[in-house]
Design a protein around this ligand. Sequence first.
Ligand code: AMP
Ligand code: ZN
Length: 429
Amino acid sequence: MYWDKEIECIKKDQLKELQLQRLKDTLKRAANAPFYKARGIGDYNIQDLSDIRKLPLTTKQDLRDAYPYGMVCTSLDKVIRLHSSSGTTGIPTVVYHSAKDIDMWTELVARCMYMMGVRKHDVFVNMIGYGLFTGGLGLHYGAERLGCLTIPTGPGNTKRQLKFMKEFGATVIHVIPSYAMYLADSIESMGIDPKKEFPTFKYAIMGAEPYSEETRKKVEDFFGIDAFNSYGLSEMNGPGVAFECTEKNGTHIWEDAYLIEIIDPDTLEPMPDGEEGELVITTLTRESMPIIRYRTKDLTTILPGECACGRTHSRLRRITGRSDDMMILKGVNIFPIQIESVLIGIPGVGRNYQILLETKGNNDHMIVKVELDANFFIDDYKSLENLRKKITHELRDEILITPEVDLCEPGSIPVAQGKAVRVIDNRKL
Ligand code: AMP
Ligand code: ZN
């Protein structure tokens, strides 16, 4: 039932002791990274876990400013891999791993998968992106450590996915929730009964973007399986940060590897126990690139009480949203500023724009409403259509998703009184 019982069920006071020791070691190591050296991270006196609040927070922008190597605290000889966030904007955020880091990450993912019931006889189809994105390789190594037959299909090519699932007798898949819904739609439109077609199929691991309990239920009922929530972010390795046990009531966040805080995103003060706020994470075992007090921008709550599974690590409630304007569509992170920077460079485009997010079928759909420039007179349909196509292509190149572009009369998009409302999210979660 446990992959590593000693650590998964560690007593709270022992866990705190371990965390304090690891935090002190982390700060010592981090002080060798140019970024943290400049912040004097080695000079803080840490006697108790609550002293962490004295330390400065780290943001995504800090990671960008430290690009390319400012956050690495070991010699590059020790570094064996880098990953980058799925965001496509400007300077990427890059995370470096030593062999020990990859080993710990693998161990954490194996722990998660074992917790939900995956064993060495399982056949695992990994339908999540390989490459710089952490979802593919992260789960891949964890599954191999468990001894599963691991099939690295990556996303897309639905027909082949279904063929592989059937012919190799898949028992577990890893999917982005929106892709799971798309798979279900495809199967339905083929007139196939999923329970008959995939009799061995038992579990889905779903993460990388926010989704609701209803979506989980739909996937579970359609395939007749159990689906588990997986939470992670590239800055903290990727998957393997927090994961559901079979109680399916919140994700256990592995506190031997991550020290967590919940703060008020505006005042940056700690939130009272059990109240929602922004999750802040400090790495406790990272060798090559420790990150101190990372602002995830993800909003959540720590669930009170103990979990019936016996694990002592805290549980996070399903992420309800973000404290910044980052959108996640089909697992890809997009900031409105990326869209703005494309629009600004196109002659004929006016000042105002708006992004609408909707659910079409079971898919995320983006509509970008773009005002025309009042001084740029176009009245024939063909020129307008060419402009619309140009905007669509340029946006697609920047954000990797093809939006629907809707050209509007100058002045037709309402101007907000305060902060511009750039994104209207009407998606059904
Ligand atoms: P990335 O660094 O590209 O892997 O993106 C990480 C972000 O994806 C997180 O900060 C969350 O906003 C989001 N995310 C990942 N997993 C989940 C999940 N299970 N539920 C909600 N949001 C998630
Ligand atoms: Zn549990």
